[in-house]
Design a binder for this molecule. Sequence first.
Ligand SMILES: Nc1nc2c(ncn2[C@@H]2O[C@H](COP(=O)(O)OP(=O)(O)OP(=O)(O)O)[C@@H](O)[C@H]2O)c(=O)[nH]1
Ligand SMILES: [Mg+2]
Length: 400
Amino acid sequence: MIADQTPVIFLVLIAVVVVFGGGVVVLSRRRSSQGRGIAESATPADSLATSLTLNVAAPSPETPTLAADLNVAAPSPETPTVEQETATVAPEIEVEEPVVEVPTIGGRMGRSRSIFATAFAKIRGRDTITQDTWDELEETLLRADVGVKVADSLLSSLRNSVKDRIITTPTELMDALRSLMKSQLSVASRELKLDSSFKPNVWLFVGVNGVGKTTTIGKVGAARASEGVSVLMAAGDTFRAAAAEQLETWAERCGAAFVRGGEGADPASVIFDGIQSAESRGADLVLADTAGRLQNKTNLMDELRKVRRVADKAAGGVTEVLLVIDATTGQNGLSQAREFADATQVTGVVLTKLDGSAKGGIVFAIETELGIPVKMVGVGETQADLIAFDADAFVDALFD
Ligand SMILES: Nc1nc2c(ncn2[C@@H]2O[C@H](COP(=O)(O)OP(=O)(O)OP(=O)(O)O)[C@@H](O)[C@H]2O)c(=O)[nH]1
Ligand SMILES: [Mg+2]
C-alpha cells in the first residue's frame, strides 16, 4: 500500500518544494526592488546625510571623492547612481571682482568741502548781493583757513568788479570767485621729480611730529613700486626704534629695500648709508624718513640742515624735499613751512589728513604766501589714500 503511494508522495513533495522555492525568490526580488526605490528617490536636497551617503556609494569616475580617498571599493557600473543629478544641481559659485575705489579729491575732502559748498549754495540762492553776502563770504573763507591775506585779496577784487557793474548777481559773483581762486593757485609743476640722470633720486620727507611723514613714504613707495620703480626706504628717524619698525612694515608691504641704523644713530649717516646702498643695488629712488620736530627747535632744525647737506654729498641727487603738513593744523602750517623751507630747501608740500579737516583752505595760504606747490594730498590712512594734487579739481570740489 505504502509502496503503491510512494510516487504520489514523491510528486507532492516536489510540488511543495517548487511552490516554496518560488515564493522565496519572489519575496527576495520584492525586497531588493523596494530598497532600490528608496535609493533612487533620494535627492541631495533631502538631507546632507543622505547626500553624503549617496556620494560615497556612487562616485563619478572623474571626481575625487571621500570614498576614493578612503579606498572604498568602487561600485559596479550598473549600480544606479544619483551622481549625475547631484552634478546638474551643483550651485555655481560666482567670484566677485574686488572693487578698487580710486579716491578723488572732491569725494574725500569732507568738512572743508561742506563748509564752502553750504555757504556758496546759500549765497547763490539769493536775488541780490548785499552786505550779508560779503560777511558770509569772508566768514567762510576764514573758517576754511585760507588766511586773512588771501581772503582780503579775493574779496577786494570781487568788490571792485561789483562796483564796476562787471558782476551784478550772486551767481556771477560765485563764478568769479571760483575763477579767482583757481588763478591764485600755483602754476608750478606738481609732478614729483624723478630724474633718470640721477641714480638714485633721493626724496627727503620732513615736518613736525605726527603729521604723517612715515605713512606718506609708505603710500608713495607703494605707488612707485607698482609703476616698476625700484625703491629703497631709509629710516632717518633714529629717535625711536618703533619709527624704524613702522617704516620697515611699509617697505615689506611694497617690496622696497630697507636701511636703518641703531637707536640714537646720526640720522644724516643713516640716510647717507641708505643712498650708497641704493646706488650699489642700482635702485632708482630713496625715500628718506626723518624724525618729527618743531620748527622752532634750533638744534633739531640744524640737524635737518646737516641731513640735507650730507644727502647732497652722497650718490645720485636730492630731487625732492617734501614738507608734510597736517591739514587740521591750519595756519600754523605756514610758519612750519617757512622754517623747514629755510633749513632744507623744500620743493613741495604733501598736505595730509584732508579727509578729516575743515581747514583745507590752507592750500591757498601755502601756495600764495610761500610759493611752494602742494604736490600730493593725503585723504586717509591706507596705501591708496594719496592723491596727486589737482588745483582745478580742488577748487571745483569746493563749489559743486
Ligand atoms: N586720516 C588720515 N590719517 C593719516 C593720514 N596720513 C597719516 N595719517 C595718520 O596719522 C598718524 C601719524 O602718522 P605718521 O606717519 O606716523 O606720522 P609721522 O609724521 O611719521 O610721525 P612722527 O614720526 O612721530 O613725527 C597715523 O595714525 C597715520 O595713520 C591721512 O592722510 N589721513
Ligand atoms: Mg614717522
